[in-house]
Design a protein around this ligand. Structure first.
Ligand SMILES: Cc1cc2nc3c(=O)[nH]c(=O)nc-3n(C[C@H](O)[C@H](O)[C@H](O)COP(=O)(O)OP(=O)(O)OC[C@H]3O[C@@H](n4cnc5c(N)ncnc54)[C@H](O)[C@@H]3O)c2cc1C
Length: 481
């Protein structure tokens, strides 16, 4: 087998985690190579808009008092202490240092906010998107001497004498061996692997759960790490949301209306949650996936369409459409929907006719709407105790039902690591030279993505696990971190 030149350290993947590790290692004097399976770098990381930090300078300047201790406690309590507390502490503590670290490397942050009403402001907004982070970190890695190879999938992790010895990659269709004492596994999880999604979550990919922003994610890094003895942690955790059926990358005002906290029903016409879960993506995703096929409908009427145009939305849509953004095109989109979206947007002049179009039992849907309207009139949701502020009756004259689905942004576990991002085996012994982070590593969460009190934690974990893996790998290599 052909042998490529020898390196000190290799990054497996080229997302935020791998690149943060590569920059840290290269700046510390290590000879580094990054291998990416796809023709372009960045993976899912090109998508994120903001990242978590606690006690950052940006927060201090805005007088946001949310301490690392509070963030740590919130994440641990959210996980019912299933998360690895030392790992959570290490990531939270590093998070505020990572913001200036990124700024010094050319990444511009515009503000620090939250997209959950009443939650601490931890979401540090990147000027455009994670694409800026990928561009700046890859440029910095190359400037410091790193090699980045695209269309070069990793095939195997090599262990010799109980320690990491390098990788086998496929370059130009040919297998090649690359020697190095350090490998950082950051291949971005297994979101596109239907067999694993079924095995680890019980869900059916592209049937009741649809991936967004992930391509070719087959769990390569997780599988290869497991093959050489790494233990498993948190492999079942996924980051889900409930959305309309807009094509990925397009956002219509019908898609905005779907996530507003009006009446949500499942495909039997039965209400299934306090719709204000919409303000907490994780709760919204969990409530949605529990319904048959992970799907359902949002129901509204003419008067709600008018209110959305006049008073605006309650649930923000990304950062470009904050609460109060007015849906001035919604009425027109709904008028055109019978032609443009006949299979997902239904409308009728009575609930009975709407039920017919939705293929749900008319008396069940009528009872759901009647009960809901009663809760609205009395200002008390007897069933799910929704905040009365979000109780708007459904009385027509035109009634709408828009189909919803459960999507997910990535898988969030797999390889067990410790607080130094070192991979450990089933007896908690370190696998010397092997590090993991981002979507490939477990231990940051319990059974769901922690978002309340830690908005932006997913990309934070990717970048901070990458940086910490890099720092600890430098020590392992005998270089100064
Ligand atoms: C639409 C969307 C919006 C998001 N918004 C936010 C947000 O605002 N805030 C937030 O905190 N998080 C957000 N996230 C989550 C965030 O993007 C992830 O946490 C982060 O990108 C994970 O980074 P990573 O480095 O672990 O994986 P990735 O960025 O996916 O990188 C993994 C890379 O490894 C490559 N790879 C896979 N197999 C191999 C192989 N065999 N050989 C070589 N390379 C391989 C992949 O092709 C990929 O390029 C969002 C995600 C999505 C989809």
């Amino acid at each position: 087998m052909r042998r490529l030149v020898q390196y000190d350290a290799l990054a497996f993947g080229s997302g935020a985690c791998a690149l943060a590790a590569a920059v840290t290692l290269a700046e510390g004097g290590a000879k580094v190579a990054v291998f990416e399976k796809q023709p372009t770098i960045g993976g899912t990381s090109v998508n994120f808009r903001g990242t978590f930090a606690a006690e950052s300078e940006m927060q201090r300047r805005k007088c946001i008092s949310y301490s690392r201790d509070e963030a740590f406690r919130n994440i641990m309590e959210y996980s019912h202490w299933l998360a690895n507390p030392r790992l959570v502490r290490a990531i939270v503590d590093e998070s505020s240092k990572t913001i200036p670290w990124l700024q010094e490397r050319g990444i511009v942050f515009t503000d620090v906010v939250t997209n959950i009403p009443g939650a601490p402001q931890t979401y540090h907004l990147v000027a455009n998107s994670g694409e800026d982070v990928v561009k700046a970190l890859s440029a910095r890695a190359v400037e410091k001497g790193a090699t980045i190879k695209t269309s070069t999938p990793v095939k195997e992790i090599i262990m010799e004498g109980g320690s990491i010895a390098g990788l086998i990659v496929t370059e130009n269709g040919e297998e090649a061996r690359v020697d190095a004492r350090v490998v950082v596994v950051a291949s971005g999880g297994y979101a596109n692997n239907a067999e694993w999604i079924k095995k680890y979550t019980g869900l059916d990919l592209d049937v009741n759960l649809f991936p967004v922003g992930n391509e070719g994610k087959m769990g390569d890094g997780i599988r290869m790490a497991h093959d050489i003895g790494a233990a498993s942690e948190g492999i079942h955790v996924i980051e889900m949301l409930r959305t309309g059926r807009d094509r990925p990358g397009t956002m219509t005002e019908i898609g905005f209306a779907v996530v507003q906290p009006d009446l949500w029903v499942n495909n039997r016409g039965i209400r299934f949650c306090d719709e204000t879960v919409t303000f907490d993506d994780t709760s919204m995703g969990n409530a949605s996936i529990k319904q048959d096929q992970g799907c359902g409908y949002t129901i509204f009427d003419t008067s709600i369409v008018r209110q959305l145009a006049e008073r605006g939305i309650d649930k923000a849509m990304a950062l470009d459409f904050p609460p109060g953004s007015r849906l001035l095109n919604l009425a027109r989109e709904l008028e055109e929907a019978p032609t443009t979206r006949p299979d997902e947007v239904y409308q009728a002049d009575s609930i009975a006719d709407l039920a017919l179009l939705m293929h749900v039992d008319a008396s069940t849907l009528q009872a759901t709407v009647d009960d809901y309207n009663r809760y609205c009139d009395q200002g008390h949701d007897e069933l799910f105790a929704k905040n009365p502020r979000y109780l708007r009756p459904i009385r027509g004259p035109r009634f709408y039902a828009v189909k919803t689905q459960t999507v997910f942004l990535g898988t969030m576990g797999g390889i067990k690591i410790n607080e130094k991002m070192e991979v450990v085996d089933k007896k908690n012994r370190i696998v010397p030279g092997l590090y993991a982070g981002g979507f490939d590593a477990g231990g940051m969460y319990g059974d769901s993505y922690s978002i309340k009190g830690s908005t932006g934690l997913s990309s934070c974990f990717a970048m901070n696990s990458g940086r910490l893996a890099g720092k600890n790998a430098l020590l392992y290599l005998g270089k100064k971190s």
